[in-house]
Ligand binder design. Structure first.
Ligand SMILES: NC(=O)c1ccc[n+]([C@@H]2O[C@H](COP(=O)([O-])OP(=O)(O)OC[C@H]3O[C@@H](n4cnc5c(N)ncnc54)[C@H](O)[C@@H]3O)[C@@H](O)[C@H]2O)c1
Length: 401
C-alpha cells in the first residue's frame, strides 16, 4: 500500500478568474505529480456573498465556504492561505494570514506599492515563513528551459531584452468600468497587471536586476459605463504603459504592456539577445521555444523551434503526457504549486517569493514615478513613489474580511 502523505489544508480567498485557476491547481497537483510531498485538500473557499460563494465552492471542489476570513485563518486545521483577490486587498489579507501563523501564497502584483511589499516580505522573513507570488508563466516548460539554457551560457553575455504583453479587451468602449480601472484598487492598469509578468520573466530568465527606467503611459478611454447602471466610472489607470530599462549588467531592455492592441489576446512575448545567440518565448505558443545560436554551422544558422514537451529533456513534461502532447495555461499553476510544495518539504526557498515581489514592485513603482516625472528614474528612487491614489482598502474595511 502507498505510504500516506502529510495533509495540507488550503483556504482560498476569491473565486473568479484566479480563484478558478488556483482551485484547479489544488485539485490536480497530486493527480499529475505522484511524487508531490503533500496531499493537498481544498478546504475552505472564502468570499463576501454567501450564495454565489457556496455555488462556486461546489463547482470548484471546495469542502466548505466561509464569508469570515478572520475566523477561517484562526482555524488550526488551515495550513496554507491563498490570496486571489484584487490588488488592494493583498497587503491586509496577507499580513493578517501571516500573523495567524499561516503560509501565504499571494497573487501578483504583490502589493499596491513597494513600501507595502517590503513589509510583507519582512514579516514573512521574520516569521521564517516560506512564501509564493503567483508568477505562473515561469513554470511553462519552455520558459524553464530558456532559463536553464541562459544559465548554461548558451546565449553568451545578455545584451538586449525585448518584451511585450499585448491584450485588446479594453479597445471596445462598451467594456464596462471594473476594479481594474480604479487606481485605488489596482494601483495601475496594464502596467501592474501585465508589465509585472514581463519584469518577473526578465529577472527569472536573465538573473539580472533592473537599474533604471524611463516610461510613457496613456489612457485612451477615460470614462466607462458602470456595470450596475449607476453612471460613468473614471478610468484613472493606464490602458497602455511602455518603458525602457537599463539592466544590472548594462544590457538594454524595452517593455510594452497594453489592453488596447486590437487583435492581440494574451500576446506575452520576450526575446533575449546575447553575444552568442537569442531565445524567444511567446505564451500563445507556450510549449515552444525559438532558439538561434552563432555556434551552429553557418550554413544551417537560423531560428529553430524547440517543442519543450519531451519528458527526458524538459521540466514537468514527464509528469503529464507522452512526448509532444502539450499542456496549457492551467498547468502553469499546477507546476508552480508542485515546485512550492517540494521547496516546502526540503526547506529551500521557492522562487518567486515575496522578496521577488518586492524587487518586481520596485521596478513597477520606479516606472510609475518616471511616467509622472517624465524623466529617467533609478530603481532605488522607487521609494519616492507614493501610489496613484489612496487605496480604498475594501478588504480591510469589510468587517468579515
Ligand atoms: N497570475 C496571473 O496570471 C494573473 C492573472 C489574472 C489576475 N491575476 C491577479 O489575481 C488577482 C485577482 O484577479 P482576478 O482576475 O482573479 O480578478 P476577478 O475580478 O476575476 O476576481 C476577484 C475575486 O475576488 C473577490 N473579491 C474582490 N474584492 C474582494 C475583497 N475585498 N475581499 C474578498 N474577496 C474579494 C471577487 O468577488 C472575486 O471572486 C489580482 O491581483 C490580479 O492581478 C493574476
Amino acid at each position: 500500500m502507498a505510504k500516506s502523505k502529510p495533509v495540507l489544508n488550503v483556504a482560498l480567498v476569491g473565486y473568479a478568474f484566479m480563484g478558478r485557476a488556483h482551485s484547479n491547481a489544488y485539485r490536480q497537483v497530486n493527480r499529475y505529480f505522484t511524487d508531490c510531498p503533500y496531499e493537498i485538500v481544498p478546504k475552505v473557499l472564502v468570499g463576501r456573498s454567501a450564495g454565489p460563494l457556496a455555488e462556486a465552492a461546489g463547482q470548484l471542489g471546495w469542502q466548505e465556504s466561509s464569508t469570515d476570513f478572520a475566523a477561517t485563518i484562526r482555524r488550526s486545521d488551515i495550513h496554507l492561505v491563498d490570496i486571489s483577490t484584487p490588488n488592494d486587498s493583498h497587503f491586509p489579507l496577507t499580513m493578517q494570514a501571516l500573523d495567524a501563523g499561516k503560509i501565504v501564497l499571494t497573487e501578483k502584483p504583490l502589493a499596491m506599492t513597494s513600501a507595502e511589499a517590503r513589509q510583507m516580505a519582512a514579516k514573512a522573513a521574520a516569521l521564517k515563513r516560506p512564501s509564493l507570488i503567483w508568477h505562473n508563466y515561469r513554470r511553462c516548460p519552455a520558459a524553464m528551459t530558456a532559463a536553464a539554457l541562459i544559465a548554461d551560457g548558451k546565449l553568451g553575455t545578455i545584451q538586449q531584452v525585448r518584451a511585450v504583453y499585448l491584450q485588446d479587451w479594453l479597445t471596445d468602449d462598451a467594456c464596462p468600468w471594473l476594479w481594474r480601472m480604479d487606481a485605488g484598487v489596482c494601483g495601475s492598469g496594464a502596467h501592474g497587471d501585465l508589465n509585472a509578468h514581463l519584469i518577473d520573466m526578465t529577472r527569472f530568465l536573465t538573473g539580472l536586476e533592473f537599474s533604471e527606467v524611463v516610461a510613457l503611459q496613456e489612457t485612451f478611454i477615460k470614462q466607462r459605463r458602470k456595470p450596475d447602471g449607476s453612471g460613468l466610472g473614471t478610468v484613472n489607470v493606464d490602458d497602455a504603459f511602455l518603458f525602457l530599462a537599463r539592466l544590472s549588467n548594462g544590457a538594454t531592455a524595452s517593455y510594452e504592456a497594453t489592453r488596447v492592441a486590437a487583435g492581440r489576446k494574451n500576446y506575452n512575448r520576450i526575446e533575449i539577445n546575447g553575444t552568442r545567440g537569442s531565445l524567444v518565448w511567446n505564451f500563445e505558443r507556450m510549449n515552444e521555444l525559438e532558439y538561434f545560436s552563432f555556434d551552429d554551422e553557418p550554413r544551417v544558422q537560423g531560428f529553430r523551434t524547440i517543442m519543450c514537451m519531451n519528458g527526458g529533456a524538459h521540466p514537468y513534461a514527464g509528469s503529464y503526457w507522452p512526448d509532444g502532447h502539450i499542456i496549457g495555461y492551467e498547468h502553469t499553476f499546477v507546476n508552480s504549486l508542485y515546485d512550492f510544495l517540494v521547496c516546502l518539504k526540503n526547506g529551500t526557498d521557492y522562487r518567486p517569493n515575496f522578496s521577488d515581489g518586492v524587487a518586481n514592485q520596485e521596478v513597477l513603482d520606479a516606472a510609475l514615478l518616471s511616467a509622472q516625472r517624465k524623466a529617467w528614474v533609478t530603481v532605488e528612487q522607487s521609494q519616492h513613489f507614493a501610489g496613484r491614489a489612496e487605496p480604498t482598502r475594501v478588504a480591510a474595511k469589510n468587517a468579515g474580511l
